[in-house]
Structures are given as C-alpha cells and as structure tokens.
Design a protein around this ligand. Structure first.
Ligand code: NI
Length: 445
C-alpha cells in the first residue's frame, strides 16, 4: 500500500533547527519511503512509488505523531471522579479502592476510550502503565495505536507472591501481544513507595539480564521523598540508582523537587525524564525543573499521566502548559521554548522508547506515524509561525487525520478503528457504576 501526502506543509527537524516546508510525502506500507521537499515531486525519483491513495495536503500541516511518554490509559474511567482533593487522599482513599473493584473488561473499554481521545488529539504512541494483562493490550491492538505496554509492578521482596504474579503478567503480555514494533513492553516497577528494596533490585536485575527497559514513577510527591529519606536516607532518584534501575534504558515519570545530586545522576545515567506538568500541578506536587534539565542536557519527554489526575490525555494542552509554567515561575519569557516542547513530545519520546532512529521525525525510512492538522483553523491563522501555533494556539481540535505504522486511524476527523457509539454506551454504564461505588464509599466513612 502506497499513500501520498500531496503538497503538504510539514515539520522537519533540520540540523539548524525546526523548519516547515511544503513536501510530498510517500508512505509505503509502514514506513515513510520518500520525502520530496520544496513543491512538486521529482518524477524520476518517485516513479516506482505509484500511490494507491492520495491525501490532498493543501491547507494541511503534517507533524511527527505525538508521543505520550507516561499515562495510564484505563484510568479514563475515573475521570473527574475525585478532584480538588490532596494527593494521598486522591490515591489511597479514592483511586486505589476503585481500582480494586475494576473488572478486566472495564479496563479494556477504559483503555479504548483513552485511545480514542489520544487519536483525536494527534497522539500516535503512548507508554501505558496498566494493571490488566491482555485487556490493555487488546485495546492497543484494536485501536491501531503504537503502544509500549508496561504492567505496573508492585511487591515487597523477590519472593512476594503478588510481585511475581505481576511480573509474570508483564511477561505474558510481551509474549502474547508484543511484536517488537507497534506493541512493545517495558517493565514497570510502580514507585519507591510500592516496591520494596529487594523487589526493586530484583526487577532491575531481571530487566538488565533480559533486555527490558524500565518505566517508574520517581520523585512525584514530597510525601514520597520524605518517606524514602526516612527509610533509606536518600532521595528517590538515589534510591532507584542504587537499586540498579538506571542501568538499563529507563523512563522516570515526574521527577519533581530534585537535589543537585539527583540532576547529576539523571544526566550521568542517561535517564529519560517524563514530565507531567498538569498532573503535578493538579495534585499539588510542584514542578519538574525542566529549564535546568534542558540546560544540563538531560533527556526530557512529556506525558499526560492518567485521566484521573489531569483530567485529559490531550498532549496539546500538556505541551502548552509545559511551555508556559516555567516562564511564569522563573519570570523568564525565554525559557522552555515552543521548539523545546515539541521536541519533548516527539524526539524525546522516541528516545525514551529507544527508537530515535525510526520514530519522532518525518524522515525517509522512519515509521509512518504522522499527525495531520487542518490549517484552516483560527489557531493557525495567520500562519506566522506554525511551531508557535502548535504550542501556544492549538487545542488538538485541529487534528484532522492520523496515521500510525502506515495505517490511517482517523481521516477527516472520522476514527476508523473504534466503534464510538458502542464505546460511549459501555463507558456510560461503567462510569455510573464507579460513581455509585465512590458515593457509597464516601457515605460509609
Ligand atoms: Ni502515573
């Protein structure tokens, strides 16, 4: 199958910086086969590429598909159920008990709803820390998105029955669903406060031996930082480092309130920091110091976290907030630019997945993961600076067509892989059940 994006404005990461250029982009099967920049195609070069389908690119803007580097897709079912409450109350008194009541089928629909939301807002890839083997994978498989499935691992010691079961579930997903391309796996020890020292060391060693990357929440709340200090006499970053977590490719979500030494470790160990500014602000956890991370050359990617703590999986909203907060906090209008943030959501995510040689850019030979925006929108008008528009003006509604692995998942705003009516019907029922459960719990307190 050959698809041609004809005369489309496209975003490129050239040596000198970000540029937008008119181009013809040829997709062959799952990859970008040819990009002809500067207007009309050179027939001699593209002769063998006879398109089966041509997408009219006039008034369209193609960008690399966005990468949500930290989320919990199934959590859409808890959207707007517990807001404006403190972090520990939110997690331990609301979300965790509801998660205990969650059925596997419900988690499938929760994840599918997340996929629908992300496709509609231009995300093509996400890193999912989930709780239900098979169901989260099945949603990812059905939606057509590119997903790194990471089953959350919780345990005390390496002999911990629950801890071993969860690890086996992660391995099961990997063997059953992952093809090493569209669906992949990392291991996800949940956090320092849910993984005992022995268990964390075991998972880190296992990942190293078997060649898995790691995905973990680190340094998210002051509560966590104080707890780890009290128990082990070090910061969560130091603790993870000591446990061997950073000896493999790691995505560390959050990383707020870091010490000087924490920054040194993250840089020295080439850790990928997934910042989640909205979740951090909403749960009053503070801010990741992204200006300092960028200054030090630490790899930064961006995620939305789950829909219970954001409450949206729209990366356009997340990118905008990320570019704005540090300016306000630091009284510095120059810090964390629009270009910095779009790179975090594309190149940064690709690197976090260990796939910077085939994801995150519109480049020949790269995977055909492309988000096409409709320039006929007030947010893009006048077209003074399309990169600025992406970060400061767009809200995600401008996303028109989404391609993942060479397959069109949404075209002219119509999502092709998900039966939306059925999904809304199921989610209405699931949502009502959790609302009732939550109210009963609150009532019995
Ligand atoms: Ni999270």
């Amino acid at each position: 199958m050959i698809i041609k994006l004809d005369s489309v404005k496209a975003l490129f990461f050239d040596e000198g910086g970000l540029t937008t250029d008119t181009a013809d982009i040829y997709i062959k099967d799952d990859r970008i086969a040819r990009i002809v920049r500067g207007g009309s195609a050179d027939a001699a070069k593209t002769g063998e590429l006879k398109p089966d389908k041509v997408i009219d690119g006039r008034n369209k803007f193609a960008i690399p598909g966005l990468i949500n580097a930290h989320t919990h897709a199934y959590m859409t079912m808890f959207r707007n159920i517990a807001d404006d409450v403190p972090f520990t109350e939110w997690l331990f008194e609301t979300i965790s008990p509801l998660e205990d009541a969650m059925t596997e089928k419900e988690s499938y629909y929760g994840a599918l709803l997340a996929d629908l939301e992300m496709i509609r807002t231009g995300t093509t890839t996400y890193v999912d820390m989930h709780m239900t083997p098979d169901e989260s994978a099945k949603a990812a498989f059905d939606s057509g998105m590119r997903v790194c499935l990471t089953r959350g691992l919780v345990g005390d010691t390496r002999d911990d029955e629950g801890g071993i079961r969860r690890l086996n579930e992660a391995l099961h997903d990997n063997e059953t669903w992952c093809d090493g391309d569209r669906l992949t796996t990392m291991l996800a020890p949940h956090a320092p406060y849910t993984c005992g020292k022995d268990y964390l060391e075991y998972i880190a060693a296992f990942a190293k031996e078997k060649g898995f990357g790691l995905h973990i929440h680190l340094s998210e709340s002051l509560n966590e930082i104080d707890g780890v200090r009290e128990k082990y006499g070090m910061t969560p970053i130091e603790y993870a480092d000591k446990a061997g977590v950073f000896d493999v490719r790691t995505i560390a979500a959050h990383c707020v309130q870091l010490t000087d030494n924490d920054f040194e470790i993250l840089k020295a160990k080439n850790v990928n920091v997934a910042v989640n500014p909205i979740s951090n602000m909403k749960l009053a956890n503070g801010f990741s110091n992204v200006p300092r991370m960028l200054e030090k050359g630490i790899s930064v990617c961006i995620g939305t976290d789950g829909a219970a703590s954001n409450n949206s999986l729209n990366l356009f909203r997340e990118m905008s907030v990320e570019a704005l907060i540090h300016k306000g906090l630091n009284h510095d209008a120059v810090t964390v630019s629009a270009a910095d943030v779009i790179k975090m959501a594309t190149l940064g995510g690709a690197k976090a997945l260990g796939r910077e040689n085939e994801l995150g850019e519109l480049k020949e030979g790269y995977k055909a993961d492309i988000t096409i925006m409709d320039l006929r929108n007030p947010s893009f008008t006048p077209a003074n600076n399309l990169v600025s528009a992406l970060i400061y003006s767009c809200n995600g509604n401008e996303v028109d067509t989404v391609i993942v692995n060479g397959k069109i998942l949404m075209e002219n705003k119509e999502v092709k892989t998900i039966d939306e009516e059925k999904l809304y019907y199921e989610m209405d029922r699931i949502g009502s059940r959790y609302k009732k459960l939550h109210q009963e719990r609150k009532g019995s307190e």
